[in-house]
Design a protein around this ligand. Sequence first.
Ligand code: ZN
Length: 131
Amino acid sequence: MKLDHIGIAVKKLEISDKLFSKLLNRVPFKTETIVSESVKTSFYHTGESKIELLEPTNEDSPIAKFLNKKGEGIHHIAFEVDDIEKEINRLEKEGFSFVGEKIRIGNNQKRIAFLHPKQSNGVLIELCEKK
Ligand code: ZN
């Protein structure tokens, strides 16, 4: 597994994009709305890994719920895997469980899955499959 990106929940992408563009001294290489996940995202290259900013597009969005509960901040850490089904099987055998629908479609039409944070020290872990 390789660290692919760190997801940060933000209230207003427009404001946070300005902040992160200054901080990282670059503009996002991609902005994408994922309707099924009710989020709008921006991605920044940071060496081998990326930073993903996530703004909720409605109140039912998991990001809206996260912001209401915890405020802005790190939402998840994503690891890239070669074969998501194989990795899910392996992790289930190790006793991990997954949040909601096991395999979903995320950014870039990549197949993704989220591990339950209760089993990973409170950190939400995303698996994203290499394309
Ligand atoms: Zn992510």
